[in-house]
Design a protein around this ligand. Structure first.
Ligand SMILES: Cc1cc2nc3c(=O)[nH]c(=O)nc-3n(C[C@H](O)[C@H](O)[C@H](O)COP(=O)(O)OP(=O)(O)OC[C@H]3O[C@@H](n4cnc5c(N)ncnc54)[C@H](O)[C@@H]3O)c2cc1C
Ligand SMILES: NC(=O)c1ccc[n+]([C@@H]2O[C@H](COP(=O)([O-])OP(=O)(O)OC[C@H]3O[C@@H](n4cnc5c(N)ncnc54)[C@H](O)[C@@H]3O)[C@@H](O)[C@H]2O)c1
Length: 479
């Protein structure tokens, strides 16, 4: 166990944070910024899932795959395109460079500089205000934040565990591109990795139990991602629950699917095992997440939780927001409300699928703009997308979905609109740059404004008539 010496006194810490991923790092930095004496305990590598096995490696691999895909496509301009599978080791070297470039920001040194002590080792609660680190160091706290994240969970399909599939934890260790890759699970991780490996040159089959990919998104978004994956050579099987795995094949309705490598990405479960939560008086939900109230307090009012372990976040950005809110609530007693209805989520396939708030099935009405009306999409040859604004009964924007290249950027302004309860006309007042994919939501908002103007034609006609009478045309000088 390596640890920093306490900077002030030997008494209890104001805050102890368990877990150094997105949620825990932000909780600890926030506490230090408030002047608290804070200890962060991490058993593995600082940076957590996002840095080592989640967002950063997946986006880095998707980037290389997109470059390979672009190179393969130059044939349509009469240029010579590369053929054959890509060098996975070279692609993974880019992944490692991206991780290495970000790692210093999450390091013990940077935390120490920010006023956070770091202890390396497993944390186990020994009571409601105490825990033990690495089996030897007893630590007392006034408050604690549990930010222990989640881990891949295998669905109970006979033979799956025995087949020892790759998961989102282990896939980054591959050095050779699998010939036939079977991806089990068509959620965000499954769709992103299926596309990345297909673009690099694997023959990919994507198997999803639900009737469509990305079952939480707008059905049209699912359909567009499916079309794109199929166009890039991925065999997509939906409504196809894996029933058994043996002999190098996944058995599912429709027959066996043979693979050289199997990647199981069928969801995640909270990391709570061995944490001593009973001793701490911290209860779990029926799904095994740490139970929290709307202030992120657990059933022990001195212990908060943030990030994936709460089951209320599956994203780095939300985990960080929760971490900051938990630290501030605990230390200052303030109530920091998180507006869960305005948290954007993005699946970084190509096209990207970005959503905030309600889907069209949940709203009173919706306005959709097809991207053949967005000049930038036309210029890029990427009209395979749409923007949908979802409105409530009072005409406020309560949700939006964008499917397009860079939809993850476009959604940020829409998240502001949802959070502030803007109407389309309020949204449309912000001038958007031309030509960009942000024209999608701007045109959708303007479409709604023009529709309402059309409905008010009698009123505008009367006003125009009045102006005609009071401002007659003539050949005189301009006033
Ligand atoms: C392939 C993939 C791609 C993803 N892409 C995105 C994306 O593009 N955008 C996005 O927003 N999200 C993405 N996510 C989700 C994102 O990675 C997670 O939501 C986020 O990392 C969770 O952060 P966390 O702090 O809650 O947990 P974690 O990052 O898992 O951190 C928890 C930490 O706690 C430590 N720990 C656990 N138990 C103990 C203990 N007893 N004692 C001490 N330490 C302990 C662990 O070692 C770990 O470091 C992706 C996930 C995956 C798998
Ligand atoms: N870009 C991002 O923000 C991003 C990227 C990746 C992951 N994440 C988050 O990480 C979390 C985990 O993602 P995930 O994709 O691993 O999990 P998920 O739960 O979103 O998807 C798993 C999929 O596996 C399917 N499945 C389950 N059993 C099956 C079976 N027997 N046969 C076939 N399919 C089966 C499920 O129907 C589901 O669609 C999600 O909450 C996600 O939001 C976020």
């Amino acid at each position: 166990m390596s640890m920093r010496q306490p900077s002030r006194g030997d008494g209890a810490y104001d805050l102890v944070v368990v877990g150094g991923g997105s949620a825990g790092l932000t909780a600890a930095r926030t506490a230090a910024r408030l002047g608290a004496r804070v200890l962060l305990v991490e058993r593995d590598r600082l940076g957590g899932d996002c840095l080592w096995t989640g967002c950063v490696p997946s986006k880095a691999l998707l980037h290389v795959a997109a470059e390979v895909q672009a190179a393969r496509g130059v044939g349509r301009y009469g240029l010579r395109a590369p053929h054959g599978p890509a060098d996975l080791a070279a692609a993974m070297a880019h992944v490692e460079r991206a991780t290495a470039a970000i790692e210093p920001h999450d390091s013990a040194e940077s935390l120490y500089a920010a006023g956070v002590e770091v202890a390396h080792g497993e944390a186990v609660f020994t009571g409601p205000r105490a825990l033990r680190v690495a089996g030897e160091r007893e630590v007392a706290f006034r408050y604690a934040v549990i930010a222990t994240g989640s881990a891949p969970s295998l669905v109970p399909v006979p033979g799956l565990a025995e087949a020892d599939p790759l998961t989102s934890d282990t896939v980054w260790g591959l050095t050779e591109l699998p010939g036939r890759l079977l991806v089990l699970g068509g959620g965000p991780v499954g769709c992103e990795l299926a596309q990345a490996f297909a673009r690099l040159g694997s023959t990919v089959t994507l198997v999803e139990a639900a009737e469509r990919l990305l079952p939480r998104e707008e059905p049209r978004a699912s359909a567009l991602v499916r079309e794109r994956l199929a166009a890039e050579g991925v065999t997509v099987r939906t409504g196809c629950p894996a029933e058994r795995v043996d002999g190098g094949a996944v058995h599912a309705p429709g027959g066996p699917l043979v693979y050289d490598a199997l990647l199981a990405v069928t969801g995640r479960r909270a990391n709570t095992r061995g944490l001593g939560l009973e001793a701490a008086g911290v209860a779990l939900t029926g799904r095994g997440d740490v139970r929290v109230d709307d202030r992120l307090r657990t059933t022990n009012p001195r212990v908060y939780a943030a990030g994936d372990v709460t089951g209320r976040s599956a994203f780095t950005h939300l985990g960080g927001v929760q971490g900051a809110a938990a630290a501030a609530s605990a230390l200052l007693g303030v109530r920091r409300r998180i507006d869960y209805d305005a948290v954007p989520r993005v699946t970084y396939t190509d096209p990207e699928v970005a959503r905030v708030g309600a889907t069209s099935a949940e709203g009173a009405r919706s306005v959709t703009v097809e991207h053949d009306r967005v000049d930038r999409a036309v210029a890029d040859g990427r009209t395979d997308g749409f923007t949908c604004l979802v409105l409530d009964g009072r005409g406020r924007i309560t949700g939006a979905t964008v499917v397009a290249p860079r939809a993850g950027e476009t959604i940020a302004h829409l998240a502001t609109a949802v959070r502030l309860g803007w109407t389309p006309s309020r949204y449309a007042r912000t001038v958007h740059p031309y030509p960009g994919y942000t024209d999608g939501p701007w045109h959708a908002a303007l479409t709604d404004v023009y529709d309402r103007l059309d409905r008010a034609r009698a009123l505008t006609g009367a006003l125009l008539g009045l102006r005609r009478r009071t401002r007659p045309a003539g050949r005189g000088r301009a006033p």
